[in-house]
Ligand binder design. Sequence first.
Ligand SMILES: *Cc1c(COP(=O)(O)O)cnc(C)c1O
Length: 356
Amino acid sequence: MYAQLQTLEHAIFAGFTHLGAVDLAEKIISILPSKQRKVFYSDNGSTAVEVALKMSLQFWNNQNQKRLKILAFENAYHGDTFGAMAVSGRSAFTAPFDALLFDVIFIPTPNVNNIEDIKSHITHHKSDIACFIFEPLVQGASGMLMYEALYLDELIAHCHNQNILTIADEVMTGFGRTGKLFATDYLKHKPDMMCFSKGITGGTMPLGLTTCSQPIYDAFLSNDKLKTLFHGHSFTANPVACAAALASFDLLMQPQTMQHISRITAQHHAFKLKIQQHPKLKNVRQTGTILAIEWQNNTDTSYFSDLRTQLYNFFISKNIILRPLGNIIYILPPYCISESDLAYIYQQIEEALEIF
Ligand SMILES: *Cc1c(COP(=O)(O)O)cnc(C)c1O
């Protein structure tokens, strides 16, 4: 980043490019599922989602097809800008804006019991649906809700059969979080578009990426200027952010990083086995380096509950930031966390279980 600041701190990305952006795009594409061919830069997760939504809506518009509906999961979280809010589940956070959020077809996350119903619901609306956006395997902000890859795979395949584009929002799950480089690496059927932000620059600089397949890119390639995706931000593909992402990419690709991820996964698993029968706990769940612990809570399970505040204050007093989502606490550690620091967190959770 220091070296980058001495050569090019920023350049408008409209009409220009630079080495860092090209390098980073090529490197990211090299580790993504092979369907991903092109990279669109922005500067955070919400904008990465906005770009994917606009890409899919305009994909159909450019072909004179009227498809204005978007399919999303109940309880989804895709960001805080308007489009991202619209495809997120309705909640206390969206309530003041609900009347202004566009119509979305919400479906439950799939399981063995509901998959056929969901598929026929999609088939029924297929000619109106532009795309299906989802957080693969783990719904983050709504409480680290986890669901099976098997049925997501089936749903993606079904969408593709019905000519519906698919968007994997990997803003939270990307770059090793779920135990593989990407949550979509657990799937046989790959999405048409992917969104990234958290984790790209190792927590140093803001950056967002939306990637897409060749057919999506091709739908915008035209001498007709009206087919352009007119979207850009002040800091699109900021060179310093790209430099940070390139450095972080090299760290991610070192074998030690995957060893850390496996070690954290194993530590989480052992702790899960140790506490999951605790009478105060409703559920303990894990996907890779994400561990979520749900307290029994007979009164108020909302984000604003008393338990939440008590737990938050307890952990802060122990020098740990564990922001509970209502009665759910979750550990989402940086991969450089030591075995003993992680053990300290577990120990404090056990202490909290004695108190609350
Ligand atoms: C955090 C998050 C976003 C929004 O990203 P911001 O950078 O906070 O705008 C979108 N999708 C998912 C899955 C996220 O976890």
